[in-house]
Design a protein around this ligand. Structure first.
Ligand SMILES: NC(=O)c1ccc[n+]([C@@H]2O[C@H](COP(=O)([O-])OP(=O)(O)OC[C@H]3O[C@@H](n4cnc5c(N)ncnc54)[C@H](OP(=O)(O)O)[C@@H]3O)[C@@H](O)[C@H]2O)c1
Length: 263
């Protein structure tokens, strides 16, 4: 299928590894010119130099968004696609036992990373996206739809879903589309690396990482019996970013192997 993406421009945040890196790979493979943003430029992102341009920026700071969008428009001109992928669980909430152990500071950092960074980048990029009748895809989480731990992360992602719907409504008549993609457990380094989130949870439960990962899909109710691969989520995002999906807006697409059970 020709996705008609050749020559379009995109900004992808949180692009140095995991789902974001795969989104950069998938978009550039379709001929999109991409600015890829993260705090550090990994060798994997560096390998895509020429197809994409890496910009080093901390999006959890008030000035990060303005810097990124200014650099992106210098490099790309007008913007057709914005993928707000940056996000994650912050220290102080990942390792908390529950609601009572999550301090204000952790709540603040969670919202800076998962919501305010996206609010600021979107505000800056919107004039250009409107001129191009563009599309915004915000990477949320199944945590937005159910009461998973940690609660600060889930509530920030739920706010992100609401923000996306509001953008789709307010700017839809001007040609802008806005969507969320909500991954479930996805086999990024956070899950697979010996120093990642899953390794910590495994250790807390007296399991090796391999033992933990073998039982995790069943324990998490993943219907397919396996984690989602980052490139699978990136393929969905690429389709949604394309004109082929031109009448899809205001919706949330699960990429979770069936983990969410409600209709
Ligand atoms: N993996 C999962 O199982 C899963 C499940 C549900 C939802 N999600 C969501 O999917 C998205 C991607 O997750 P992932 O697992 O692929 O993440 P990841 O592997 O941890 O990668 C996160 C990316 O964001 C960048 N980043 C982190 N903090 C940043 C900051 N302050 N400013 C700029 N860039 C920053 C990281 O690079 P630097 O550290 O170099 O900045 C990296 O490129 C997130 O929104 C996450 O909440 C993931």
């Amino acid at each position: 299928m020709d996705l008609h993406l050749t020559g379009k421009t995109a900004v992808v945040t949180g692009a140095s590894k995991g789902i974001g890196l795969e989104i950069v790979r998938a978009l550039t493979a379709e001929g999109v010119r991409v600015v890829a943003a993260a705090r550090t430029i990994t060798p994997e992102l560096r390998e895509l130099d020429g197809l994409s341009t890496a910009v080093t920026v901390d999006l959890a700071t008030p000035d990060g968004a303005a810097f990124l969008v200014e650099r992106a428009t210098e490099i790309l001109g007008e913007l057709d696609i914005l993928i707000n992928n940056v996000g994650g669980v912050v220290p102080g909430s990942a390792d908390a036992g529950g609601f009572l152990e999550i301090a204000d500071d952790a709540w603040q950092r969670t919202y800076e990373l998962n919501l305010f960074g996206t609010v600021r980048v979107t505000r800056r990029a919107l004039p250009s996206l409107l001129r191009r009748r563009g599309v915004i895809i915000n990477i949320s989480s199944i945590g937005a739809r159910a009461a998973y731990h940690p609660v600060d992360y889930g509530t920030a992602k739920a706010a992100l879903n609401n923000l996306t719907k509001a953008l789709a409504e307010e700017f839809g008549a001007q040609g802008l589309r806005a969507l969320t993609v909500s991954p479930g457990p996805t086999r990024t380094r956070n899950w697979s690396a010996p120093d990642g989130y899953a390794a910590d949870v495994a250790a807390q439960n007296g399991l090796t990482l391999d033992e933990f990962l073998a039982q995790a899909p069943a324990q998490m109710g993943i219907t397919t019996g396996r984690f989602t691969e980052p490139h699978e989520t990136a393929a969905l995002v690429t389709f949604l970013a394309s004109p082929v999906s031109g009448n899809l807006t205001g919706a949330d697409y699960l990429a979770d192997g069936g983990a969410i059970k409600t209709v």
